[in-house]
Design a binder for this molecule. Structure first.
Ligand SMILES: Cc1ncc(COP(=O)(O)O)c(C=O)c1O
Length: 473
């Protein structure tokens, strides 16, 4: 039986429920899919600030994943919560047939920032949630190219809607929902630590790229008509660093070569920056590291620091006909989202996030490398670009993935019994990777150096519970 305070007649939540009671309510009334349940039972947090989540006892849990890289500027960032509160008091909502000044200014700003980087003029379309923006991009590509088949990468994740699921590589996400007629053609991502072809980067000669190019040798490889010079596929969807795939950082040369192949075949390149955009990697757009220019950039999450589901895409001017691009959702580009997003961009303008994030990233990675040396039996690989960092958990000294061990470490962090500076802490991690054996670290961008040291200290203790250290750290 649930307590009486929980059973208020009109369902108003009057009193803080205890954890067990909440779980019971969830099991009874929620779709369950809306909480991913990687943690069983799901953890309950009461508040958040900076890089920390706090439980009911106010115990801090250092969050090294920040809402899957949405809360890049920290939880409870006053500038952003103030912007939201101010907007709530002035114009909290507006239908989309009237001019929202902020939506226009935001589009202008994003287009200008993108043009500065790539020298290309474009337009911005807003949407709701990362998957919604991917869906809209698919719709627009259909219109611009007449094509509904695309390439996408193994290990890629693009969202939960039917269209986004069709270009997401994992069959686990599609399995329950029947046949996907528009399923993408998936090609291997240049994940050099686990090369699909079993080669080593030092002497592979970018074999994976050559294999991709080979697909266009003859029409009998199934989708290239050399007489018409036309491909059956309209676009290639890519993540500049694979997010859910385990923060896989690709070699730049691969993408330089890939872009050339795509251009020669008139295939669009869609850059999904939903997870890596907005300075996660130390560049405004992560694709800047890859020295190529995309045709479309999809963004979401960190645009509003995770405070509003505002998302969208930027597209080259010549690919969109603004007089013939109907349809938007009712809550699309709500003034609440655009107000916060403009403030996010102001914050980015005021500081040199490029060097700050890159320097912190270099320091964080050097600490992870020392942890790898200290725990050679469980850490197979560490890598990072800016503050997108990875720890790949392997068994023994080889590369055999250790998903069960990863899961145990992940749960251990959430127990909240790590000790630093005489206080108890928990550690919030996220698990990704093709084998679910990678900790994908996305600390908030304003993390301080002492906080990085604290994070490393907590990781050190955590790993120390699963492997005896190989020497002094
Ligand atoms: C690269 C990428 N694209 C798209 C999405 C979907 O975004 P959302 O969860 O906001 O729908 C995600 C979510 O993690 C993502 O990482």
């Amino acid at each position: 039986m649930l307590s009486e305070t929980r059973q208020k007649k009109h369902g108003t939540l009057m009193k803080k429920a205890d954890h067990a009671e909440m779980l019971e309510l969830e099991a009874q009334y929620c779709s369950y899919g809306d909480t991913v349940h990687y943690v069983d039972p799901a953890k309950k947090f009461a508040s958040c600030s900076g890089g920390f989540l706090y439980d009911d006892e106010e115990r801090p849990y250092f969050d090294l994943q920040m809402q899957y890289s949405a809360a890049n500027l920290g939880y409870g960032n006053f500038r952003l919560t103030d912007a939201l509160r101010d907007q709530l008091q002035v114009l909290p909502q507006l239908d989309n047939q009237h001019l929202d000044e902020q939506r226009i200014l935001l589009a202008e700003k994003l287009a200008a920032l993108t043009e500065q980087r790539f020298g290309v003029k474009g337009r911005v379309h807003f949407s709701i949630g990362g998957a919604g923006a991917i869906e809209d991009s698919l719709r627009l590509i259909r219109k611009a190219t007449g094509k509904n088949f695309h390439f996408a990468f193994m290990g890629g994740y693009h969202g939960r809607t039917l269209g986004a699921t069709a270009i997401t590589s994992s069959y686990r996400y599609r399995r329950r929902y029947g046949h996907f007629g528009d399923r993408a053609e998936f090609i291997p991502y240049p994940y050099c630590f686990r090369c699909f072809y079993g080669l080593k980067r030092e002497d592979c000669g970018l074999y994976c790229l050559k294999q991709f190019e080979k697909l266009f040798d003859t029409e009998y490889y199934s989708f290239w008509d050399s007489k018409a010079g036309e491909c059956e596929f309209g676009a290639l969807y890519m993540e500049p660093i694979q997010g859910t795939g385990g923060y896989v950082i690709p070699p730049t040369e691969y993408f330089v070569g890939l872009k050339k192949i795509l251009e020669e075949r008139k295939i669009l390149l869609v850059d999904d920056e939903v997870q890596m955009g907005f300075f996660r990697t130390g560049k405004f757009w992560a694709i800047e590291h890859l020295e190529i220019v995309p045709d479309i950039i999809v963004f979401g999450k960190a645009l509003t620091n995770g405070l509003n589901p505002l998302s969208g895409f930027w597209i080259r001017e010549n690919l969109i006909d603004p007089s013939d691009w109907p349809h938007d959702s009712t809550p699309c580009a709500s003034p609440q989202g655009t107000a916060v997003a403009l403030e996010v961009l102001r914050i980015f303008e005021e500081r040199d996030f490029t060097s700050e994030v890159q320097q912190k990233g270099v320091y964080f990675l050097s600490c992870l490398q020392r942890l790898k040396e200290k725990y050679p039996q469980i850490i197979g690989d560490v890598d990072g670009l800016g503050l997108a960092l990875r720890i790949e958990i392997c068994r023994g000294k080889g590369k055999e993935p250790g998903p069960e061990l990863t899961n145990r470490i992940f749960h251990e962090g959430l127990k909240g019994n790590l000790v630093a500076e005489g206080s108890l802490y928990g550690l919030v991690l996220d698990v990704g990777g093709y084998y679910k054996n990678v900790f994908t670290l996305a600390p908030y961008l304003e993390i301080t150096y002492p906080e990085i040291d604290l994070g490393i200290e907590l990781l050190d203790q955590l790993f120390g519970r699963f492997e005896r250290p190989a020497g002094a750290f």
